[in-house]
Design a protein around this ligand. Structure first.
Ligand code: MEV
Length: 307
């Protein structure tokens, strides 16, 4: 077994297709230029110590129990428990707070899987790493498309489908403005709300998901052609569809329309489950006094790295 192992994985944002991706439709997701870093340093005793800005926890090897605030990390450790033969310190550092909607759960799951894979196996295979991370996220949350895990493993801008997992990396990228709304409703809660609302209008909701799927297909074409005006138009249509699902609110609308008031922004929408998190605008802007917190980031081609 290697001595110290370090890995890092990018956070992510959804561009289009949220919710629909949980029902077999396509989504667009990208890795961002903010990362989570995990380092594993073996220690002589049989304990595992986890340290991050969220807290400090020490557990004996063989007695790992999933608990807050390290549910994703501990779920990873449980998966590797049979191959862990000695204790270690696990340090987690992040370029961004866990509650701003940049996919921190996926990024920390992927980076932790990566250090454990490298520490316990001779070779790390990215596809296997993605499958494992996606399975762990689903186990902890009870659901999840795995789109954010895909972005954290492979980096870049991906057209993604869940079953069977399929992804296509799009080479062209574009500038973005990302605003944090200042709040978050847990993803699982928003997904359950949409599920409940869908029971009243199943045909209409399926129709909305189909339109989101079509919009994603057209967006892939627009991105390949570098047609950013068309992409902006499709992003705006997708925002209307998110509203139809019931995941928009007054605060998010304020940010969406503040972005659209800027002539350099070609389109804007909620990113992620909705009812909080971030709003993204397509384009570059010189404005700095946005009503939400400006998150300086861009699409990053770099996925997980291990050393
Ligand atoms: C959350 O970022 C996006 C959802 O589609 C959930 C998922 O894809 O796992 C709402």
């Amino acid at each position: 077994m290697k001595l110290t192992v370090q890995a890092s994985a990018p956070g992510s944002l959804m561009l289009m297709g949220e919710h629909a991706v949980l029902y077999g439709r396509q989504a667009l997701v990208f890795a961002v230029s903010k990362r989570v870093r995990v380092s594993l340093q073996p220690r002589p005793d049989g304990n595992i110590r986890i340290q991050s800005h969220l807290g400090d926890l020490e557990v004996p090897v063989g007695r790992i129990k999933i608990q807050a605030p390290f549910r994703f990390v501990l779920a990873v450790l449980r998966q590797y428990e049979r191959r862990i033969t000695s204790g270690f310190d696990l340090r987690i550092e992040s370029d961004f707070p866990h509650n701003v909607g940049l996919g921190s759960s996926s990024a920390v799951t992927v980076a932790t899987c990566a250090v454990l894979e490298r520490w316990t196996r001779p070779r790390v295979r990215l596809w296997a790493l993605f499958q494992k991370a996606r399975g762990i996220i689903r186990e902890v949350q009870g659901l999840g498309s795995g789109a954010d895990a895909a972005a954290s493993v492979f980096g870049g801008l991906l057209a993604y489908r869940t079953f069977p997992a399929r992804m296509l990396k799009l080479k062209r990228t574009f500038p973005l403005v990302v605003l944090y709304s200042g709040g978050k409703t847990p993803t699982v809660e928003v997904v359950r709300r949409v599920q409940r609302a869908m029971r009243n209008q199943p045909t209409l909701y399926q129709g909305v998901f189909d339109l989101m799927d079509k919009a994603c297909g057209l967006a892939v074409r627009a991105i390949r052609q570098g047609n950013w005006r068309k992409l902006g138009e499709l992003v705006n249509i997708n925002q209307g569809l998110m509203d139809a699902l019931g995941v928009n609110d007054a605060r998010l609308s304020e940010l969406v329309y503040a972005l659209r008031a800027d002539p350099d922004i070609l389109g804007s929408k909620i990113s992620g489950a909705g009812l909080g998190d971030c709003v993204i605008g397509i384009g570059r802007s010189n404005r700095t006094d946005w009503p939400g917190l400006l998150l300086p980031l861009e699409i990053s081609q770099a996925g997980v790295t291990i050393d």
